[in-house]
Design a protein. Structure first.
Length: 381
């Protein structure tokens, strides 16, 4: 059976899936703790046909055609993890998810006992000697707790900071690496480790500050590869989706239909909308770089809104409108992203690819290797 016949047959009868269907055993040593020596030297598992092909990422141009369109997420990871203390001296950690007007932010708060509304936290207490707040002249800054967000039952918290949030994060914050990348935040990390993470947990084209996690499939692109793709006539366009910490939250319900998806802000610029339509008109393929680009494009297709918050939850049976090809890293077991890639390329095909990746010692998750997938169903705008 050809690949197209196989995937059409899969699309014709989509079974009901449970959370346990997306589980798999991953040897811990396959979780990448550091990036590859060069961005484009990562491995690329080509899953575009029934049989997987092992490649190197810099071979990507050989798999593309003139007139194709690569869609990147240009979000920029901010130093959103900040340490401090309560007035009582108790330790507190904030992970800033979103910047609001008037020096306000939305954040996760890790603390032994939550302070009352109105309490003022002193943040940035681990700043090195000589780093002072430009307003107060003292080390660190203040964060006043305004309450839960987005309502009194919300899981996040709203704070008013004593200065401009992005400036404070740049001065006092830490790169918010995923929990499976083991880095000490007690000051014992080496200068080389800190410098590596600040440089490599960021795409080369990041320009829109606001993410607490990188769009990791795009980490494999370097300037030389982008220049090569441009020279051969591959077009590029950008969306913005500010990746939140919710991307790492586990699904807790066996019935995946009961899962409440986290919300993330996205934007599809007019120039990108025009590039997408132009790609369709010339017969090119739309390549989404990462699941965040998929979520942005398909949110736009589903709602007609080019900007806003999305809680789109893509599971098997979803009909993709824009994306023809997907470049993605390997994802956590039982995660919403495993469900998304299974919806895109077919559950059985994706699980077979993951088994191949584990057998052939691919590196997993944010600093790991990449995979290329073709869309299972062929509907388009």
């Amino acid at each position: 059976m050809t690949h197209s016949s196989l995937i059409d047959a899969q699309a014709a009868a989509t079974p009901a899936f449970s959370l346990s269907d997306f589980d798999f055993h991953l040897p811990p040593e396959l979780i990448a703790q550091h990036p590859a020596a060069e961005r484009s030297s990562s491995r690329l598992l080509d899953g575009s046909d029934t049989s997987p092909v092992d490649r190197i990422f810099k071979a990507l141009p050989s798999l593309m055609q003139r007139g194709d369109l690569l869609v990147f997420n240009d979000t920029q990871v901010v130093k959103a993890r900040i340490f401090g203390e309560k007035s009582t001296g108790g330790k507190v950690e904030l992970l800033i998810e979103r910047v609001l007007p008037n020096h306000c932010v939305v954040a996760h708060m890790k603390v032994s006992k939550k302070p009352p509304v109105g309490a003022v936290l002193h943040m940035g207490t681990d700043a090195p000697p000589g780093v002072n707040n430009k307003t107060s002249g003292t080390a660190g800054f203040d964060a006043k707790l305004l309450g839960r967000w987005p309502n009194e039952n919300g899981a996040l918290f709203c704070f008013e900071l004593s200065d401009e949030p992005h400036a404070l994060m740049a001065q006092y914050g830490h790169v918010p690496l995923p929990p499976y990348i083991e880095r000490p935040y007690d000051g014992s990390a080496t200068a080389a480790e800190i410098a590596e993470d600040e440089a490599r947990y960021q795409t080369v084209f990041a320009r829109s500050p606001g993410a607490v996690a990188a769009p990791t499939a795009a980490l494999h692109f370097d300037e030389a590869l982008l220049a090569q793709l441009s020279a051969m006539g591959v077009a590029t366009a950008n969306v913005t989706l500010h990746v939140g910490a919710g991307t790492f939250q586990p699904v807790k319900t066996e019935n995946i239909a009961e899962h409440t998806m986290h919300s993330e802000w996205y934007d599809i610029p007019v120039s990108t909308q025009q590039a997408l339509h132009a790609c369709r008109e010339r017969g090119g393929k739309v390549w989404a770089v990462g699941t965040t680009s998929v979520r942005s494009l398909e949110s736009w297709a589903k709602t007609g809104q080019a900007q806003g918050d999305t809680q789109i939850f893509i599971t098997p049976g979803f009909e993709f409108k824009w994306v023809d090809r997907l470049i993605t890293n390997f994802h956590l077991p039982k995660s919403t992203l495993m469900m998304l890639v299974s919806a895109f390329a077919g559950y059985d095909h994706v699980m077979a690819l993951y088994a191949h990746a584990i057998e052939h010692r691919y590196r997993f998750f944010s600093y790991g290797d990449a995979m290329l997938l073709h869309r299972m169903n062929h509907a388009s705008i």
